[in-house]
Design a protein around this ligand. Structure first.
Ligand SMILES: Cc1cc2nc3c(=O)[nH]c(=O)nc-3n(C[C@H](O)[C@H](O)[C@H](O)COP(=O)(O)OP(=O)(O)OC[C@H]3O[C@@H](n4cnc5c(N)ncnc54)[C@H](O)[C@@H]3O)c2cc1C
Length: 387
């Protein structure tokens, strides 16, 4: 894609989103066109579409923001293409989605903005996206979907559960990647979860799930998962991953279940002979939110390259949760009280580190902002897409 095409696509997309309730109206219009012109497409989507709508705009914005960065965008699209095999997506579906999106954008942009040149630019961009996704899907030899049987479900906090599954065949994901998951009680409501353990030949996989209030899927996982439930998992996604032994030292910042992809990487690194130095900041609102601190602390005792620092916003637990991690355990790094982004940025610019942030979208954004304000180069900071 040349720079003129990228600039036209970006400008029209921003102009459409900037109109009154632009994102909401664009997605409503897109799905109305798609389901009218291609009624069969409705079967791919869940009955409740609210969060689906939100996701479409966020995913599109993510792609549009990276059009000038093919080194990152193309691998991302390739992973997405492999993952979309779980829906049985074929070329005709990509044509339907691309055509409906262009129609919806054209309706909103109006004839003054939507010139022939803009139309050609969007056709070009959507062609690149679709062909990259389809090409990657066609070349993939792994299965489109894995089956997993729940072998353990443990609710360790009031709204946080650890779920372990036995996959029907091993999945070769990189520690730090995430996968989409469908549970039996929520058909077609795929949600991303990050394995908290590295891939293994036994096909054992562990997820840490926080129940989001008013969420469709996560409260059901936390509250109602039963041993024996059958889950479906899509292909691995994401670019977080462990550093090579000669790479730059790492700084990992994780809050809540965001610790899962960081934990998987640290576990993976603990099996290697040499590693760069890794400093993990584990954060939470309350001491009880640091539910996995003990495991990380134990790893740090036997792996001198690893430092683990607990950070809490409040020193006291909520009254209903009496247990606290043992912050005075031998070798445990001193607990720091404060907002995690502010705490880590307050310790320096960390400009020599490869930095990963994992947690809720607001935690990731705030922490990234604080680091950048403190002088950390943006290019050193990585996190998963926030959608
Ligand atoms: C790359 C990636 C990896 C992820 N890994 C994990 C993981 O390992 N463990 C885990 O528990 N979750 C993880 N998530 C979040 C997960 O995919 C779901 O978004 C989350 O469980 C909510 O799903 P839901 O169906 O319950 O809520 P939805 O019905 O999708 O959403 C309901 C409402 O809650 C809001 N919401 C959604 N997620 C959050 C959030 N995290 N914080 C605050 N508000 C939110 C939505 O905007 C919406 O308004 C990950 C997300 C991404 C993008």
């Amino acid at each position: 894609m040349d720079s003129r095409v990228i600039s036209l696509v970006r400008t029209t997309f921003k102009a459409v989103l900037a109109t009154d309730d632009g994102p909401g109206r664009l997605t409503s219009s897109f799905y109305a066109i798609l389901f009218t012109d291609y009624p069969g497409a409705r079967d791919f989507f869940p009955a409740a579409m609210e969060t689906q709508r939100d996701r479409l705009v966020k995913a599109l914005a993510y792609v549009v923001d990276r059009l000038e960065d093919p080194d990152n965008l193309l691998p991302f699209l390739a992973q997405l293409g492999k993952d979309h095999r779980k829906y049985g997506a074929q070329k005709a579906h990509y044509i339907a989605v691309g055509g409906s999106l262009i129609k919806a954008l054209r309706n909103f942009a109006g004839t003054e903005i939507w010139t022939e040149e803009v139309d050609a630019a969007w056709q070009d961009a959507i062609g690149v996206i679709a062909s990259t996704m389809l090409g990657a899907a066609a070349n993939e030899s792994d299965p489109p979907v894995w089956g997993g049987t729940v072998v353990e479900h443990r609710e360790i906090l009031r709204n946080l559960a650890i779920v372990r599954l036995q996959l029907n065949q091993p999945m070769h994901y990189e520690a730090g990647q995430y996968v989409s998951v469908q549970i039996p009680s929520r058909p077609r409501m795929w949600r991303y979860l990050s394995p908290a353990n590295p891939a293994n030949e036994n096909g054992e996989i562990e997820f840490h799930i926080r129940g989001v209030s008013s969420g469709w899927v996560s409260p059901s996982i936390v509250g109602h998962t039963q041993v024996g439930d059958q889950w479906l998992l899509g292909s691995p996604l994401g670019s977080l991953g462990v550093a090579g032994s000669n790479d730059r030292d790492m700084l990992m910042i994780g809050c809540g279940t965001g610790i899962a992809p960081l934990r998987a990487q640290v576990l993976e690194m603990s099996h290697r002979r040499s590693n760069p130095r890794v400093h993990v900041f584990v954060g939470g609102h309350h001491p009880c939110d640091l539910y996995d601190l003990e495991m990380l602390w134990q790893l740090s005792l036997t792996n001198p390259w690893l430092t683990v620092t607990p950070v809490v916003e409040n020193d006291e637990n909520p009254w209903w949760h009496p247990e606290v991690p043992d912050f005075s355990a031998p070798g445990m790094h001193r607990k720091i009280t404060g907002q995690i982004g502010r705490v880590v940025a307050g310790l320096g610019a960390w400009s020599d580190r490869d930095i990963q942030i994992a947690g809720s979208p607001s935690m990731v954004q705030t922490t990234k902002f604080r680091l950048m304000a403190g002088g950390t180069p943006t290019k050193n900071i990585r996190h998963d897409p926030l959608y």
